[in-house]
Design a protein around this ligand. Structure first.
Ligand code: FAD
Length: 420
C-alpha cells in the first residue's frame, strides 16, 4: 500500500489537532473522530473545503475546483455512512483531444499503429530520475508524447510528461527495476484495474448541489470540531497533523522543525484558473463528449474543457455549462476566443455568464524534486512521535486516494506509519 500520510501520532493521546480543513483535513478528521479521537481542526480561511467549492450562480452551478469524485470501495462506503446519494457521471461519453485544431477521438490510427509496432520493445531502466516522457519515449516517440500523452496527463496533473516523475505517477511499479516490454507494463496496469472490487456504482460521481454537498456533509459531522478564521498560534503540542498545502505546512513548521520545513518548501505548485461558462446554445463539437484536452502549443489559452451538462445532466438542467481549465488567469475575451476555437460561429451574445476562479497554488508539480522531498520527509518524520503530514502533494492528487489513506490510518495509526 502507498503511504499518503507521513509521520506518526500517539494513539494513547486521544486528542488530535489538525491544521487545514480542505478535503484532506476533513476526511482525516471524520475518520479519526469515528475511531473515538477528539479532534480540533484549525482552518485559517472563513470556509471549509479548500479546493472543493461549488458556487450557485443565477445560471446554474459552477465548480471552482474538483468537479467529481472517482469512486472506489472506500469512497462508496463513505457516501453510505454519510447518507449521501451519489450522482453518477454519464457513462460512455466521448473523450476528445484537440488534433490539428479540431476535437477528435484520441485513438487515431497513427497512434494505434505506433503502439502496436513498439509494444514489445523494452522500456528504460526505472531510475529515481526517470520522467514519464522518458519511460514512454520508445513506445510513442517525442511527437506522440507531446500531442497525446502530455495533454492526457495534463488533464490530471497540469504538468507536461517531460516534467512528470515516473515513479510518483506509477507507484504500483514498486521496486521493479525494469519491464521486459511495454506490453508487460500494460498487463500489470490492466491486472491492477481488474483486481479492484466490483461496485454497484462506479466511475466518477457528484451530488445534487455539486461537490459542495460532500463538503457540507463532512462539515456538519465535524461542526463542533472546526475553528474557522483560526488565529491559533501553531505549536507542536500533543498529536498534530498538518493537512494544508506543502508551502503553508513549511511555514507552520519553520521554527519548530526547520529541516522538515525546508523539504516541504522545495515542493512547487502550478497555478490554474477554472472558468465555468454558461452559454445560450451548445458547443456542437463537444456534443456527447466529456470534454476535450488541448495540447499546450495550440492557439488556445486553455488546456482542457469539461462539458458539465453532458457529464452531470441532473445538475445542469436547461443550461449549457462548460469549464475551461487554463494555466493562467483568463479574461472574457480570451475565453470567448477559446470558445470560438471550438465553434467559430459563437459570439459575445451567446455567452450568458462567466465565473472564474484563480488558484495560485492549484496543484503540486509531480516532478523529481517533489519525489526527492517526499522521500526525505519520510526519513525525517520517522523520528517524530506525534506529528504527521497529509495532503495532495504526498502521493497523488485525487480525492479517492485520500479517502482510503485517511480510513486506513485512522484505524491503526502506528501500523500505518510502519508501512513500507
Ligand atoms: C481546478 C481543479 C480541479 C480538480 N479536479 C479534481 C477532480 O475532479 N477530482 C479529484 O479527485 N481531484 C480534483 N482536484 C484535486 C483536488 O481538488 C485536491 O487534490 C484536493 O481538494 C486538495 O485537498 P487538500 O486538503 O490537500 O488541500 P486544499 O484543498 O488546498 O486545502 C488546504 C486547506 O488548508 C487551509 N490552510 C492553509 N494554510 C493554513 C494554515 N496555516 N492554518 C490553517 N489552515 C490552513 C487552506 O485554507 C485550505 O482550506 C482538482 C484540483 C483543482 C485545482
Amino acid at each position: 500500500m502507498i503511504k499518503r500520510i507521513i509521520g506518526k501520532i500517539n494513539p494513547q493521546d486521544h486528542h488530535i489537532t489538525i491544521w487545514g480543513a480542505g478535503f484532506s483535513g476533513l476526511i482525516l478528521g471524520y475518520y479519526l473522530k469515528d475511531q473515538g479521537y477528539r479532534i480540533t481542526i484549525h482552518e485559517k480561511s472563513n470556509r471549509v473545503g479548500g479546493k472543493i467549492q461549488t458556487k450557485k450562480t443565477g445560471q446554474g452551478l459552477a465548480e471552482k475546483g474538483a468537479n467529481a469524485l472517482y469512486l472506489n470501495k472506500d469512497g462508496l462506503e463513505l457516501l453510505r455512512e454519510l447518507q449521501l446519494e451519489p450522482m453518477p457521471a454519464t457513462k460512455k461519453l466521448r473523450r476528445l483531444l484537440m488534433i490539428n485544431g479540431k476535437p477528435k477521438q484520441p485513438f487515431q490510427l497513427s497512434l494505434f499503429s505506433k503502439i502496436i509496432s513498439n509494444i514489445y520493445k523494452k522500456p528504460p531502466l526505472i531510475s529515481d530520475g526517470l520522467s514519464v516522457a522518458e519511460f514512454f519515449n520508445s513506445l510513442l516517440g517525442e511527437e506522440k508524447i507531446q500531442h497525446y500523452l502530455s495533454p492526457a496527463l495534463g488533464g490530471l496533473y497540469a504538468t507536461p510528461a517531460s516534467q512528470l516523475h515516473f515513479k510518483s505517477l506509477f507507484p504500483q511499479v514498486g521496486k521493479k527495476a525494469q519491464f521486459d516490454s511495454y506490453w508487460s507494463f500494460i498487463k500489470m496496469m490492466i491486472k491492477e484495474k481488474k483486481s479492484e472490487p466490483k461496485l454497484d456504482i462506479s466511475g466518477s460521481v457528484s451530488f445534487d448541489g455539486g461537490m459542495q454537498t460532500l463538503i457540507n456533509r463532512l462539515a456538519e459531522v465535524l461542526r463542533h470540531d472546526i475553528k474557522l478564521n483560526s488565529k491559533e498560534h501553531f505549536r507542536l503540542k500533543g498529536n498534530t497533523i498538518i493537512c494544508t498545502d506543502a508551502i503553508s505546512a513549511a511555514e507552520l513548521l519553520k521554527d519548530a522543525r526547520p529541516e522538515i520545513s525546508s523539504e516541504l518548501a522545495r515542493i512547487k505548485y502550478n497555478s490554474l484558473s477554472s472558468t465555468t461558462v454558461f452559454t445560450k446554445r451548445e458547443i456542437k463539437s463537444l456534443n456527447k463528449a466529456f470534454g476535450v484536452l488541448i495540447p499546450l502549443e495550440n492557439n488556445f489559452h486553455s488546456i482542457g474543457v469539461i462539458n458539465n451538462k453532458a457529464i452531470f445532466p441532473a445538475n445542469n438542467e436547461n443550461i449549457n455549462s462548460y469549464t475551461f481549465i487554463s494555466p493562467k488567469n483568463l479574461d472574457a475575451n480570451e475565453i470567448l476566443k477559446d470558445i470560438q476555437g471550438l465553434s467559430p460561429d459563437f459570439s459575445k451574445v451567446d455567452v450568458q455568464l462567466i465565473e472564474t476562479t484563480n488558484w495560485e497554488k492549484a496543484l503540486p508539480v509531480y516532478d523529481l524534486q517533489l519525489y526527492l522531498a517526499v522521500k526525505k520527509l519520510h526519513q525525517l518524520l520517522m523520528k517524530e512521535t506525534n506529528l504527521a503530514i497529509f495532503g495532495n502533494y504526498v502521493a497523488g492528487i485525487s480525492l479517492r486516494e485520500m479517502i482510503s489513506s485517511a480510513k486506513t490510518f485512522s484505524k491503526n495509526p502506528l501500523e500505518y506509519s510502519e508501512l513500507n
